[in-house]
Design a protein around this ligand. Structure first.
Ligand code: HEM
Ligand code: HEM
Length: 352
C-alpha cells in the first residue's frame, strides 16, 4: 500500500478512536499509527538505497577516470596508500583519483552495511525479501573491495579489472532493483489513465500480457547491454584500441565490442518501439522508455567519438562508461516497473 492510498483510506474512516494529528494535518486512528510508522521506515530505507545507488554511479565514473588517466597503480600498496591513510606528500592528480576512489568505496561499503543493519533491525515493518536483498548487495560490495585490492596487487591484470567493472555494475543493478521495487507505483494512476483509452486496451488481461512482454524485453535488453559493457571493459583493460591500431594485435577484442553493439541496440530499440506502440502504458514507463532511447543514442555517439579520437579525450571515455552504466540501470528500473505493472494488472483480473 502506498502512502497516498493509505492516507485516502485513513481519511474515509469515521474516527471515534483517539486521533493524533500527523505531519500532514490528517487525523489518524491509533490502529493506523503503526502502519504510518512502517511507511516512514520504508521511505527512509528507500531514500538510503537511492543515495547509495547515485553515489555508486559517481564512484564508477571516478574508477573509469582512474583507469583512463593511468592512475590504477598511483597508490602502489593496498589497503593504505603509501602506507598512510592520507598520502599528503605524494598527492597529485593521479594519486588523488586512486585514493579518492578507495575512500568513496569505503563510504559506500559503510552505507551498505548500515542498510543491512537497518533492514534486519526493522524487518517486521518491511517487505520480507528486503533484508536478504540488502545482505546480497553487501556481499557484492565485499567481493568488489577484494577485487579492487587484487587490481592493485596483481598490477592491473585485465581479467581482474574487467571483473571489477562487472561486479560494480551488478551492485548498481541490485540497488536500483531494490529502490524500484520499494517505489510507490499506484494502480490508481493507471485507472485514471485508462479512462482515456479504448475499451479493448482497458482490458486487464490485455494489459497484463503487454506489461509482461515489456518486462521480458527490458530484461533481455538489460542482459545484452550488461554483456556489451563487459566487452567494453575488456577493450579498455587490455588497451585493445591502441593495440589494434598500433600493432594490429587484439583487433578481435576490439571488434567483439563493435559487433556487440548490434544485439544490444536491437534489444534496446525493441523496448522503445513496443513501449511507444502500447496505448495506455503507465506514464512513468513511457517516460523511461524515451529516456532509454536517448541514452542508447548518446552511448553510440560517445562510443564512436571515443573510437575515432583514439581515446585522446579522456572525458569522452569516462562519459561513455558512465552513460553505459546509466543505460543498464535504466533498463533494470524499467523491467522492474513493467513487472510490477504485470502484477498490478493481474490483481485487477482477479478482482474483476
Ligand atoms: C564500491 C566499490 C567500488 C566500485 C563500485 C568500483 C568501481 C570501479 C570501476 C567501475 C572502475 C573502472 C573499471 C574500468 O574502467 O574497467 C574501477 C577502477 C579501479 N578500481 Fe574500483 N571500485 C570499487 C572499489 C575499489 C576498491 C576498494 C579498490 C581498492 C584498491 C579499487 C581499485 C580500483 C583501481 C586500482 C581501478 C583502476 C583499474 C585500472 O587502472 O585499470 N576499487 N573501480
Ligand atoms: C550499447 C552500446 C554500448 C555500450 C553499452 C558500451 C559500453 C562500454 C563500456 C562500459 C566500456 C568500458 C569503459 C571503461 O572501461 O571505462 C566501453 C569501452 C569502449 N567502447 Fe563502448 N559501448 C557501446 C557502444 C560503443 C560503440 C558504438 C563504439 C564505437 C563505435 C564503442 C567503442 C568503445 C571503445 C573504443 C571503448 C574502449 C575505451 C577505452 O579503451 O578506454 N562503444 N564501452
Amino acid at each position: 500500500m502506498t502512502r497516498s492510498t493509505f492516507q485516502s483510506k485513513v481519511s474515509n474512516i469515521n474516527q471515534e478512536t483517539i486521533a493524533p494529528i500527523n505531519a500532514n494535518g490528517l487525523k489518524v486512528p491509533l490502529v493506523f499509527v503503526d502502519q504510518l510508522d512502517q511507511l516512514d521506515q520504508l521511505d527512509r530505507v528507500r531514500g538510503l538505497v537511492w543515495k547509495i545507488a547515485i553515489a555508486t554511479l559517481l564512484l564508477m565514473a571516478v574508477g573509469s577516470a582512474t583507469r583512463v588517466m593511468n592512475a590504477g597503480l598511483a597508490c602502489p600498496d593496498w589497503p593504505l596508500c603509501y602506507g598512510q591513510l592520507v598520502p599528503t606528500r605524494q598527492m597529485n592528480l593521479q594519486v588523488f583519483l586512486e585514493w579518492f576512489h578507495r575512500l568513496d568505496a569505503a563510504l559506500i561499503g559503510l552505507s551498505t552495511l548500515t542498510l543491512v543493519i537497518i533492514t534486519w533491525w526493522q524487518r517486521s515493518g518491511l517487505p520480507r525479501w528486503l533484508p536478504w536483498a540488502a545482505t546480497f548487495s553487501l556481499g557484492l560490495i565485499f567481493c568488489q573491495g577484494i577485487l579492487g585490492g587484487l587490481t592493485v596487487t596483481e598490477l592491473l591484470r585485465f581479467d581482474i579489472v574487467t571483473a571489477h567493472l562487472g561486479t560494480a555494475l551488478l551492485f548498481l543493478i541490485t540497488l536500483l532493483a531494490i529502490g524500484t521495487a520499494l517505489m510507490p507505483f499506484p494502480p490508481s494512476q493507471r485507472t485514471i489513465f485508462r479512462e482515456s483509452v479504448t475499451e479493448h486496451s482497458r482490458n486487464p488481461v490485455t494489459e497484463r500480457s503487454r506489461s509482461s512482454k515489456l518486462a521480458r524485453l527490458g530484461l533481455t535488453a538489460a542482459i545484452l547491454v550488461y554483456l556489451q559493457s563487459i566487452l567494453g571493459g575488456l577493450v579498455g583493460s587490455r588497451w585493445a584500441l591502441h593495440q589494434c591500431f598500433g600493432s594490429g594485435e587484439l583487433c578481435a577484442v576490439m571488434n567483439s565490442h563493435l559487433w556487440g553493439v548490434i544485439p544490444a541496440s536491437l534489444a534496446t530499440l525493441s523496448v522503445v518501439f513496443v513501449a511507444w506502440r502500447t496505448p495506455g502504458l503507465h506514464p512513468l514507463l513511457r517516460r523511461l522508455s524515451n529516456l532509454i532511447g536517448c541514452l542508447l543514442l548518446g552511448q553510440i555517439v560517445l562510443g564512436y567519438a571515443t573510437f575515432k579520437l583514439h581515446l585522446q579525450v579522456e572525458s569522452l571515455t569516462v562519459a561513455h562508461h558512465t552513460l553505459g552504466a546509466s543505460l543498464v540501470g535504466t533498463l533494470v528500473v524499467f523491467t522492474v516497473l513493467a513487472w510490477r505493472d504485470t502484477v498490478n494488472s493481474g490483481q485487477l483480473v482477479v478482482n474483476r
